[in-house]
Design a protein around this ligand. Structure first.
Ligand SMILES: Nc1ncnc2c1ncn2[C@@H]1O[C@H](COP(=O)(O)OP(=O)(O)O)[C@@H](O)[C@H]1O
Ligand SMILES: [Mg+2]
Length: 301
């Protein structure tokens, strides 16, 4: 039965020739990250919890991949394992064909919470990893300036974190991660603490940075639109245990722009992700009796 309130959308699997060419081109690139049958079990007071189960995937060089899934499905655990901060229970992963041991400068990290050193200026924060890598002071400073320019904070190089807005702090965190020239960047809900407008600006900004830098990105988010707007592909996980439901190819052309949020292929992808993440929502809504009228402004509750 067709619902008069729903618009007929194309299948999210339908790709324009341009998008199909883009994916064919990505598949030709070398594999940057290969995850093979990764499992993670945690021990807790009630016994053991199987958090990740048999996760396998390949990400190609310079690909932008998002990871979505319900809270607790193991997104952060996956990122922590790949970053070398946690060991897998079984399975393995390869970076450029090699098995890394522990954390390394080849992998950059940006988290949701601000992880800048409050007692250092923007420039010194960005220089931190470069100085650890024993670059000369002069070289480190010149490199830091380039990254600060790239994230659009030239005027704030000598400011302290407390003088910056949330969005600016995350831009410093991105500059600091990129300054170490990692070949892959792991981002765990990096814009999760920002207000909607700043978040939208940061998304566009990240795409601009990514276009200018040879970097592969694995980006965790719970915001479906953010995942679609940014990504080539979206890994959808389910919870208990965290398993791969689908690896979705985003059929939206590049370069991306916020106007695309209303395109049929964007909406079709969003609908598919919603089905995967909240499979029973439509049924529940239909079954619920109407108990009150919805007022404008209720969203703020
Ligand atoms: N160190 C730990 N010890 C025990 N359980 C953990 C630990 N870290 C995470 N978990 C559990 O693993 C599950 C997945 O957590 P997490 O990876 O943070 O999920 P997500 O990021 O998708 O919300 C959760 O149920 C969490 O409670
Ligand atoms: Mg998490």
């Amino acid at each position: 039965m067709s619902n008069p309130h729903t618009v007929e959308l194309p299948s999210y699997k339908e790709q324009s020739p341009e998008v199909a060419r883009h994916f064919a081109e990505i598949r030709e690139r070398p594999v940057k990250l290969e995850i093979k049958n990764l499992c993670k079990t945690f021990q807790n007071a009630n016994g053991s919890v199987n958090v990740l189960n048999d996760v396998s995937l390949k990400v190609h060089r310079r690909e932008f991949v998002s990871v979505i899934g319900p809270s607790g499905c193991g997104k952060s655990t996956l990122i922590r394992i790949l970053a070398g901060l946690e060991d897998a229970t079984s399975g393995s992963f390869l970076l450029d064909g090699d098995q890394p041991h522990g954390p390394g400068a080849d992998r950059g990290m940006v988290f949701q919470s601000y992880t800048l050193f409050p007692w250092l200026t923007v420039k010194k924060n960005v220089m931190f990893g470069l100085e650890v890598a024993e670059r000369s002071q002069q070289a480190a400073e010149a490199e830091a300036r380039e990254w600060i320019d790239l994230v659009g904070l030239t005027k704030f190089a000598d400011a302290y974190p407390r003088q910056l807005s949330g969005g600016m702090k995350q831009r410093v965190a991105i500059a600091r991660a990129l300054a170490n020239q990692p070949s892959i960047l792991f981002m765990d809900e990096p814009f999760g603490a920002l207000d909607a407008q700043t978040r939208a600006q940061m998304q566009s900004h990240l795409l601009q940075i990514w276009r200018n830098v040879d970097i592969t990105v694995l980006f965790v988010t719970h915001d479906l639109e953010e995942a679609i707007y940014l990504s080539d592909r979206i890994l959808v996980l389910k919870a208990h245990p965290g398993e791969v439901l689908e690896f979705v190819e985003v059929p939206v052309s590049r370069p991306r722009s916020p106007q695309q949020f209303l395109q049929p292929e964007f909406l079709a992808t969003k609908q598919r992700l919603e089905e995967l993440i909240h499979p029973r929502r439509d049924i529940e809504e239909e079954a619920l009796p109407i108990t009150r009228m919805t007022n404008v402004g209720d969203e703020a509750e």
